[in-house]
Design a protein around this ligand. Structure first.
Ligand SMILES: [Cu+2]
Length: 184
């Protein structure tokens, strides 16, 4: 009885943390339906978006363009030829693996100056491992899942098996509390 009183709020807190903290990785299509093209304003596209480590960018474009990751100074001056990475496949997926600002331009002469440049500031992702949400999710689902066909005894072992306390300890404590109540 006392265990349930302590365990329920703790479980609620863990549930809330698990739902809030590890937001899933997001795939952003640069420019949305416009894609990676001249005449776009990618500073408008990035504004209001929060990029995290683990997210990725997808550049969609026709032939005659490239996606080059460049340094900040090359980005600012639209200097081509020093690309850290380059791709011209028409569908470039960039995984944002490190925090900081990542700079991308089109490597074709003149295109960067015509708007094909984008700076993406990436924030560090949460270090919380996703395994924490799965291990804490099991006891809550089994605990609330009282509609499954069961006898009262199997229900007790099922609901307590996934928790922090072993079924035996829970049973012993319950019986001790029960007998103390009777004896008092
Ligand atoms: Cu281009």
């Amino acid at each position: 009885m006392k265990m349930a009183g302590v365990g329920a709020p703790v479980l609620c807190v863990v549930l809330v943390i698990c739902m809030v903290v590890p937001s899933l990785a997001t795939v952003y299509t640069v420019g949305d339906s416009s894609g990676w093209t001249m005449g776009a304003d990618y500073s408008t596209w990035t504004s209001g978006k929060t990029f995290k480590v683990g997210d990725s960018l997808v550049f969609n474009y026709g032939s005659g363009h490239t996606v080059d990751e460049v340094s900040a100074s090359d980005y600012n001056t639209c200097t081509t030829g020093n690309a850290l990475t380059t791709d011209s496949s028409g569908a470039t997926t960039i995984a944002l693996k490190t925090a900081g600002t990542h700079y991308f331009i089109c490597g074709v002469i003149g295109h960067c100056g015509n708007g094909m440049k984008i700076a993406v500031t990436v924030t560090a992702g949460s270090p919380t491992a996703p395994s924490g949400s799965t291990s804490s999710g099991n006891p809550t689902t089994s605990g609330h899942n009282t509609t499954t066909t069961n006898t009262p005894s199997s229900n007790v072992t099922e609901s307590s098996s996934g928790g922090a306390f072993s079924p035996l300890v829970t049973l012993v404590i319950t019986f001790v509390a029960f007998f103390l109540l009777i004896l008092s």
